[in-house]
Design a protein around this ligand. Sequence first.
Ligand code: PLP
Length: 480
Amino acid sequence: WSPEELEKNGHLLLSQLREHFTTLRTQPVTTTRSAQEIRAVIDEPLPTAPQPFPEILRQTWDDVRPNLTLWNHPRFHAYFSNSSSGPAILAEMFTAAMNVNVMLWDAAPAAAAVELTVLDWLAQMVGYPVAQDSVLVDGASLGTLYALAAARERLSGLDIRQQGLAGRDLPRLRIYASDQTHSSVDKAAITLGIGLDNVVRLPAGPTGRLDPEALRAALERDVRSGHRPLAVVANVGTTSIGAIDPVEEIAEVCAAHDTWLHVDAAYGGFWRLAPEVRPLLPDLSRADSVVANPHKVLLSPMEAGALFCRHRDALTNTFRVVPEYLRTRHEDGSVDFMNYSLQLGRQFRALKLWWLIKTFGVAGLTSRLSAAAALADGLRARARAHPDWTVENDSPFPLVCLRHRPHDRDLDDEETDALNRRVHRAVNDAGTSFVSHTVLPTGYALRISIGNIHTTEADIDALWGELTAAAERCAAPRLT
Ligand code: PLP
């Protein structure tokens, strides 16, 4: 494409996006087509002849877009609801245009500088200004893998980086976490050769919180039997119910056992910006590492995660490998981000965060997060006022787990689970709102996450209407 064609086609795309956002509320949140139908619509032979961009865009609009689940939709409440905001959308276009690769300072000097500044801002936002070694990653899963790799590297006397695991008489390394902890910790254990059997998942019980005394007992027991604790993973915002572990007490236990404390604040970290949530969040300053995901909360498109580490050089001591072809000059202040993780070639992820933080300012981000928290309060209040609904979780975050149990029907737990499954399916099948689920000690619950920049009170009204209508339909005795 010539620069003129780029501009012309860019205008085409932007005007389509304008239409998309203008009509967003009237579009279904997700598709009702089956996987096979979608594959059939998309699949085609390898194109041999060049195709004009307007045609490709039309096909994307007609065949791809309606078969997406629209995470930017105001009534998307599944998983963790977040939105990609205007400045971050455009930043991705800019970085692609510059084709930036933030691997070495010389390869992308100002981009590395922006990344350093953004990491510093993000660390302040999550309340972890002690970070000494930080890096932007694609998400929390890899952030946690890298943190645990760094924790393993710091274990004295093992030198796993150099000598590896195989054929050595090493103590069994173990990772400790509540049973509510995200599966990314298991994946990290698989990758690092720790093994799933050595992820000690302590029962969190109904509060969803890791019990520091149970942790202490597990560590003592394991040390007595010759295991070597590698790390404890504590949560600020569990995936299922948004629970917060008592990080400060856990830090005490970790200190007593000289064990690395990694905090998974993938979801909860940035809610510290909201003044109504902040007082309920623990102090993270004693953690050895923290992950927090701008792409879960901070109005950033996928992918944007941040890993912070309090020990200078912990990441670089783990990942620094410099072959001749990557040898470069060093200047004061220069940083080679290729040494901070497994990635060599790296996107300029920091720009979208830089643009969006500057555009909204902390004040603008705070007001968006507070608005989401208020919408969740409204939903909880409605459910609590209704005799057939209960709020099943206690979280300061806008993550609401609801369970439907008609007060005038004598349903046992299993029947109530089945009913909630039907309500869940009915709401999602209608296509106007999209929610997910979790299974709690009390049973199957609908899990509603509120965090989209486009979501308004009217959307929550509509969602509540759909939930109650679906519940009525699903609870009605079936005519056979
Ligand atoms: N930690 C928690 C608490 C999460 O909820 C998730 C994802 O939902 C992750 C980690 C993994 O994050 P990512 O998808 O960025 O790898």
